[in-house]
Design a protein around this ligand. Sequence first.
Ligand SMILES: NCCCC[C@H](NC(=O)[C@@H](N)CC(=O)O)C(=O)O
Length: 451
Amino acid sequence: MFFAYMFVDVMSPLQELLEVRLGWSPTAFGNYAGAEYMLNVFGFLIVAGIILDKMGVRFTGTLSASLMVGGAVIKLYAISPLFVGTAFDGWLSSWWTAMPGSAKLAALGFMIFGCGCEMAGITVSKAIARWFDGKEMALAMGCEMALARLGVFAVFSLSPRLSQALGGDPSVVVPVAFCTVLLLIGLICFIVFTVMDRTLDRQTGVGSGETSSEEEFKLSDVGGLFRSRLFWIIALLCVLYYSAIFPFQRFGTNMLQCNLGISAETAADLLRWFPIGALMLTPPLGYCLDKFGRGATMLILGSLLLIGCHLVFALLLPAVPSQILALVTILVLGVSFALVPAALWPSVPKVMDKRYLGSAYSLIFWVQNIGLFGVPILFGNVLAASNAGVTDPMEYDYTNPMLMFAGFGVLALIFALWLKILDTRKHYGLEAPNIASDTAVEAAEAESAEE
Ligand SMILES: NCCCC[C@H](NC(=O)[C@@H](N)CC(=O)O)C(=O)O
């Protein structure tokens, strides 16, 4: 997941370079960014859930890592001189001219990569939920997400520098090639893990139980989940919250450049602190959730912070173009980005039947992917419509698109409040700790001994 998240954002700090070098307008960049989720939205994630439940973690993990490498290679080819300027590029550029040929082919590669990345995401979530059931599940998920955030921090630090590593004109090829090699290393590591895991199973004579039928994906469960009010509240909270987070990560560098009049490198250096706040806080918050509970309250607080931060980016930063203000807001947004994921993902096993937990994760990811697919496209269009006639990528006015993010935050807050009210009425246990306290366990043991 570390290398996967690096690859997801490798081009985010290079939006200006892509516009100058390859002619990608904000709309083309938005379309490219949304493509990551396109095949998932059109049903791949549901298939991925079935594959995971039928074939298990080893097979699905290897398949997802292979898809990521395949997609990355296509994207690398699309932006390289091997493709740009060729007859194929000319043909691809000749229709739907808003998207240059390189953007179209890169979007195709990103689509395939996105299938692998999301498939890996549900595989990891289900594996952790099973391995840490009744134990430090939120801490384990928090550590996994912290590693992913470290990847984002690393790529925001490395990408602008790698683009200049060869001297001469800056290049988008070097950072993408670097991250593609990392994905290949990740695939090799996972294959080594599967071999070792299989060997251990053979030595101990214990099956991993990873395809146990009690948790098998059933199509009838999908219908049941879609009829569940709780499923929709969680899925809609998830899609609204993340729609104001991941697309922001992608467009944030240029937003800071335009508001502060700084280079892409300086802007990326500011933005990289966003995942760092989340990186440092998600594991301890996960630990607190395991020990003391308060999951629904964390969701409300995280949504409130999200709204405040996007309002600052939309209204205050253009009026007060201060790097300190930008940094403080980015750090607070990082706190929000720790609170919500730390509480949201471990809450799913609390309210969904274990039997269809894999389906529940894949369907929540599916609804989330619809937003993550559509919002960058919407964002690119809102940005373009608010900046008619602006040709300098340093001159865009980001007020309207950032207000749109704040609006998503308000809706997420409404769903978080609804969840808390339902939890108070129906006692789902969202505010309860994941690990029963020692005294509670002792009391339960004493009770069963008496019986
Ligand atoms: N074990 C938690 C998994 C979810 C982490 C979550 N990622 C996602 O929601 C992805 N579907 C989104 C993406 O890959 O873009 C996160 O907080 O990173």
